[in-house]
Design a protein around this ligand. Structure first.
Ligand code: BES
Ligand code: ZN
Length: 459
């Protein structure tokens, strides 16, 4: 224990925090690929050890797949509020390797950025909280609240184990609110509290035609082409104004209030810069909404993958036997994944001609999330963000999904405060993922202030 304030302590540990981050990012904990199962164990144990070093008590819960790490501040005091910090140690697959400037699991430091798969999504962001909590624990004065950390290894593949674990361990995970840093901010000068996330509904569509690939010259013209049918069906799912054509799809969509639209308008916006950043000749989105509104507060229907016929070198004159598409819809409050999937399925069945057989398989789903940004905890979080980043904190919705957030509400009755540290060019899920060391440092300072602010707001 020292007399250094948590903020002074953080500053004194700057280099070690970066070295720790690099070490963590070296573990290729790719949850989607079974050959990395041992690396997921390694990552779970690495973060568990890091929590122990920070002064927390730690339990590693084995699951049929990857462990769940639960760490707590020592000697919890019943009179104080308790907050749950959630994070995930698994990362997305790094492929395609050839698009990385340096190998994805050999972190490269360049100026104030570090490049590695998973460094922003999500290793650096939850490590920042652990560093901040350590800074509090070494300080002569007690933490103003109890903190539980919950770090899982399956977020990128649907959080299956945690969804089962949560109701079974609801009592030990009981908390007044959940804190999550697994999202982004528009810039270091525009840090935000995210009060809404989009939900998700995944489906796979398959269209079957002839029982084998056929010669397109001998037979073409006398039977339907599954790839063509699938394309024609998919093309009808969205109109030229960017609206999804599935009947009933917009039925439960909450309108953006004038207050929210005003808040959103405060966020930095430069459509041309955004267009260049995306590398597209022109932006496209639902008419009547700004790009920020389109990507965070409106539903979408996206083709994630499309497969049919011959994909090899040269040409092959066939009518493919089948065609398939992987689809996800992003959902907004108050759309229900199950209701949306049923509506999409019905619409596809109506559009499908009798010349082929259609199969629609359900994938994972996650509800959208929205919390009142004017509540006392949200206001406390805004103050902590302001103190940590050194400038005014704004309110934002986010386009991505964290399905576990609605499970926290359901099983723990707790709202989630989403306080991201990722920057728009961090490339999560893309080649050359990075984390800004300035965002990492600001995130740690924010976390130090957060515990005081949240505890005071609960008093
Ligand atoms: N960290 C992201 C979610 C995110 C990103 C939220 C940016 C807000 C802003 C998370 O790791 C993620 O990628 N989630 C998946 C969920 C899906 C697999 C169910 C997503 O959004 O695609
Ligand atoms: Zn992710």
């Amino acid at each position: 224990m020292t007399s250094q304030t948590p903020i002074e302590y953080l500053r004194s540990q700057d280099e070690r925090h970066i070295e720790d981050l690099l070490e963590y990012a070296r573990i290729p904990s790719v949850s989607a690929q079974s050959q990395h199962a041992e690396d997921l164990q390694k990552a779970a144990h690495w973060i568990a050890n890091r929590c122990r070093h920070a002064g927390l008590t730690v339990d590693i819960h084995e699951t049929p797949t990857h462990p769940i790490v639960v760490a707590r501040t020592p000697n919890p005091e019943p009179g104080k509020p308790t907050f749950l910090v959630y994070g995930h140690y698994d990362v997305q697959p790094p492929e395609p390797f050839e698009l990385w400037t340096s190998p994805p699991f050999e972190p490269r430091r360049e100026g104030r950025n570090v490049y590695a798969r998973g460094i922003s999504d999500n290793k650096g962001q939850h490590l920042a909280h652990i560093n901040a909590i350590e800074a509090w624990l070494q300080f002569g004065q007690p933490l103003p609240c109890n903190i539980t950390l919950l770090i899982e290894g399956e977020e990128e593949v649907g959080s299956t184990s945690l969804l089962k674990f949560l109701p079974e361990h609801a009592q030990e995970l009981a908390c007044d609110a959940v804190v999550i840093s697994d999202n982004g901010i528009p810039s270091l000068k525009h840090p935000t509290l995210t009060y809404a996330l989009r939900g998700i509904a995944a489906i796979e569509i398959r269209v079957d035609g002839p029982d084998r690939d056929l010669h397109s010259g001998i037979f073409g013209g006398s039977l339907d082409n599954p790839a063509m049918v699938l394309c024609q069906m998919l093309a009808q799912m969205r109109d030229t104004k960017g609206r999804i054509t599935v009947p009933g799809l917009y039925e439960d969509v909450q309108k953006l209030s004038a207050y929210e639209r005003r808040q959103m308008a405060k966020l930095p916006s430069n459509p041309d810069k955004y267009r260049r950043f995306l590398g597209v000749p022109q932006l496209f989105g639902e008419k009547g909404f700004t790009p920020e509104e389109q990507r965070t507060a409106r539903p979408t229907f996206e083709i994630n993958g499309l497969t049919s016929g011959y994909q090899g070198e040269g040409s092959k004159t066939i009518i493919p036997s089948w065609a398939s598409a992987k689809i996800t819809l992003r959902l907004v409050p108050d759309q229900e994944p199950r209701k949306i999937i049923a509506a999409v399925k019905k619409h596809l069945q109506r559009l499908c001609p009798k010349t082929v057989r259609l199969t629609v398989r359900h994938g994972h789903g996650g509800k959208p999330y929205l919390v009142d940004p004017t509540g006392p905890l949200a206001q406390a979080a805004l103050r902590a963000i302001q103190a940590g980043f050194g400038c005014e904190a704004l309110l934002a919705r986010e386009g991505g999904s964290i399905p576990i957030v609605s499970a926290f509400k359901e099983h723990l009755g707790a709202d989630s405060l989403l306080i991201g540290m990722a920057l728009p060019d961090d490339n999560p899920h893309s080649p050359n993922e990075k984390l800004s060391l300035d965002a990492y440092a600001a995130g740690m300072r924010m976390s130090v202030h957060l515990w005081e602010e949240l505890a005071a707001a609960m008093a």
